[in-house]
Design a protein around this ligand. Structure first.
Ligand code: FAD
Ligand code: MLT
Ligand code: ZN
Length: 486
C-alpha cells in the first residue's frame, strides 16, 4: 500500500522508484522524465517563470489522479497541478528543486481529463472534466442546441482548461455581465491532498448544507486539491451581437462612457479598454489595421471595445442611443454585427498579450481599482513605472467595466521586482487589488499583505494546513512563507 510506505532513499533512487510506480499506473507514454519532453511544462506562457520537474505525470481519470497523488505522498514529492499552462503568475510551473531530500517536483498535467457530459437543459448546467479547454466547452454547449452558453470567455480559450480556470477564478471579457468562474461553479469533483475524493456534481441547485468545501477550491491555485471535474452553470445563448470600437479622449472619458453603458444598456456584455500605444503595437506586429485610422494620428488617446448581446438587433439601438446621449461622434466609432467584422475588432483587443510578449519578457501586473479611481491611476502608474525603471516600455489594457487594468512592463529583468513593487504599492494606496483575475501564483506573494490583513492570511493558512498538512500541493504558490507574516 503506497500510502504507508516510508522512503529514505537518495534522490535518484527516490525518482526511479516513483517513476516505476507511476508507469505502473499511467503507462510509459504518460510519465515523462526526458528533459526535452518535460521542458514545455516547466516554463510559463510569458517566459518569466521557469523551473524544474523531475517528472511530468498525465493522468486521464480521477482514479489515476488519486494514484499519482498517493505516490507523491509516499515518495515525498511536491505536486504542481497544471492545465493549459496559460496562467500568467507562475502558479502552474514548478520552481527549481530545492536541495533537501523531499524537494523533487512533479508536474501533474490534467489535460487528459476530457469528460463531456450531456448538457442538462432543465438545470441549465453541464458537467465537464478539468482538462476540457474553454473552446471545447463552448463548442460542446453550442452543439447541444439547448439555447444555452457558458458565461465566461477569455483570449486563451483554445488552451486554458476548466480546471485551471476554476483554480485561478478566471475573469475574462464577459465578467461585466456574468461574473467570473466563482459565479459559474455549481459544484466540483476534487481530489484532496491525501487522495480522498469529494464529489459534488449531482446535487440540487439549492443546497446550503454546511461549508462550501468545493467553493474553497475556486481561486485556490492548486494549493488545496486537484479539481478533476466541474458542474458549471450556463446562461442563455444570445444570438444577436453588436461590437463597437470607440475612440475617446482618455481614461476619464472612457470611464464616464463605461459608467453610462453599465447603467443604461442592460445588454452590455464586454467593455474593454486599451490605449494608442497598444493599438499601434498590435497593428504593427500583427499586421492589423484600425478601422478608426492610424493610431499614431493622435486623435484618440484611449479606445473602448464594447459588445452588447441580445435576442435581436434592438441591442444595437440601445447601444446607439447611449452613445448618442453621451455625445460620441460617429467618426469615433466603428461598429460590426457580422461574425467576421466583430472578429476583426476583437483581434485588435485580444492581440495585445501576444504583441507585448514579442517585445520581451513582460512583467504582467493584473490589478483592479475602484472605477472612480481608474482615471487618476493611469497617469500615476506611468509615473511609478518611470520612477522604478526609466527605460521600460509600459502597455496598459484591460476590462474597463470591472475596473481591471493589465499593467504590462517590458525592460526590467524577469527577476527584478522594482517595478512590481512600485505598482502594487500604488494600487494598494489607491484602494485597489493586486490581483484582479490572474491570481497570486509565485509572482505576487511578497505583496499579498498589502491587500490582505494578517488575520485574513492566517485564515487562509489554517485552511491550507487543514487540507494539505504536509504541504505537498503547489508549495511556493499563493501563500507567503511564515516569516513574511506580520
Ligand atoms: P494553468 O496555467 O495550467 O494553471 C493555472 C493555476 O491553476 C496554477 O496555479 C495551477 O497549479 C492551477 N491548476 C490548473 N489546473 C488545475 C486543476 N485541475 N486542479 C487544481 N489546480 C489546477 N485570465 C483571465 O482571468 N482573464 C482573461 O481575460 C485572460 N486572458 C488570457 C489571454 C491569454 C492570451 C493568455 C495567455 C492568458 C489569459 N488569461 C486570462 C490567463 C489564463 O488563461 C487563466 O489564468 C486560465 O484560467 C488558466 O488556465 P490554465 O488551464 O492554462 O491553467
Ligand atoms: C487579457 O485580458 O488580455 C488577459 O488577461 C491576458 C493578459 O493580461 O495578457
Ligand atoms: Zn484580462
Amino acid at each position: 500500500m503506497l500510502g504507508v510506505m516510508t522512503v529514505r532513499d537518495d534522490k535518484i533512487g527516490q525518482l526511479s522508484r516513483l517513476t516505476a510506480t507511476l508507469v505502473g499506473v499511467l503507462g510509459r507514454d504518460h510519465v515523462l522524465t526526458d528533459p526535452d519532453l518535460t521542458a514545455s511544462y516547466t516554463v510559463d506562457w510569458t517566459g518569466r517563470w521557469r523551473g524544474q520537474a523531475a517528472v511530468v505525470a498525465r493522468p486521464a481519470s480521477t482514479a489515476e489522479v488519486v494514484a499519482v497523488l498517493q505516490a507523491c505522498l509516499a515518495f515525498q514529492v511536491a505536486v504542481v497541478p497544471q492545465g493549459g499552462n496559460t496562467g500568467l503568475v507562475g502558479g502552474g510551473v514548478p520552481a527549481d528543486h530545492g536541495s533537501g531530500p523531499d524537494d523533487l517536483r512533479l508536474v501533474m498535467s490534467l489535460v487528459r481529463l476530457g469528460r463531456l457530459d450531456p448538457v442538462d437543459a432543465a438545470a441549465a448546467q453541464v458537467t465537464v472534466g478539468a482538462g476540457v479547454t474553454l473552446a471545447a466547452l463552448q463548442r460542446h454547449v453550442a452543439a447541444s442546441s439547448t439555447g444555452l452558453a457558458f458565461g465566461v470567455d477569455l483570449g486563451a480559450r483554445d488552451s486554458a482548461t476548466v480546471g485551471g480556470m476554476v483554480a485561478t477564478n478566471a475573469g475574462g471579457i464577459h465578467f461585466v455581465r456574468h461574473g467570473g468562474m466563482r459565479q459559474q461553479v455549481a459544484g466540483l469533483e476534487v481530489v484532496l491532498a491525501d487522495g480522498q475524493v469529494i464529489e459534488r456534481l449531482r446535487g440540487p441547485a439549492k443546497d446550503n448544507t454546511g461549508y462550501d468545501v468545493p467553493g474553497l477550491l475556486v481561486g485556490s491555485e492548486g494549493t488545496l486539491g486537484i479539481v478533476t471535474a466541474a458542474r458549471l452553470r450556463l446562461v442563455a445563448a444570445l444570438p444577436f451581437r453588436v461590437t463597437a470600437l470607440i475612440g475617446v479622449a482618455g481614461t476619464a472619458a472612457a470611464i464616464e462612457l463605461v459608467t453610462a453603458l453599465r447603467r443604461h444598456v442592460p445588454a452590455l456584455e464586454a467593455a474593454e479598454i486599451f490605449y494608442q500605444e497598444g493599438l499601434e503595437l498590435v497593428c504593427r506586429t500583427a499586421g492589423l489595421v484600425s478601422p478608426l485610422g492610424s493610431p499614431l494620428a493622435g486623435r484618440w488617446r484611449a479606445y473602448l471595445l464594447v459588445e452588447c448581446a441580445g435576442a435581436d438587433d434592438t441591442v444595437t439601438d440601445q447601444l446607439a442611443q447611449c452613445l448618442a446621449t453621451a455625445g460620441v461622434d460617429d467618426e469615433a466609432t466603428a461598429v460590426a454585427t457580422t461574425p467576421k467584422g466583430r472578429q476583426n475588432l476583437w483581434a485588435i483587443r485580444e492581440g495585445h498579450t501576444e504583441a507585448v510578449n514579442r517585445l520581451g519578457v513582460p512583467h504582467k501586473l493584473d490589478v483592479s481599482l475602484p472605477l472612480g479611481a481608474l482615471a487618476s491611476f493611469v497617469p500615476a502608474v506611468h509615473q511609478a513605472v518611470a520612477g522604478a525603471a526609466s527605460d521600460a516600455t509600459v502597455v496598459l489594457w484591460g476590462h474597463a467595466g470591472d475596473g481591471n487594468l493589465h499593467v504590462n512592463v517590458v525592460g526590467p529583468a524577469p527577476d527584478d521586482y522594482t517595478v512590481d513593487d512600485a505598482v502594487y504599492r500604488l494600487v494598494a494606496e489607491m484602494g485597489g487589488s493586486i490581483s484582479a483575475e490572474h491570481g497570486i501564483g509565485r509572482a505576487k506573494i511578497p505583496w499579498l499583505h498589502l491587500t490582505r490583513s494578517g488575520a485574513d492570511i492566517g485564515a487562509m493558512r489554517a485552511i491550507k494546513q487543514a487540507l494539505d498538512p504536509t504541504g505537498r500541493l503547489n508549495p511556493g504558490v499563493l501563500l507567503p512563507p511564515e516569516e513574511l507574516l506580520g
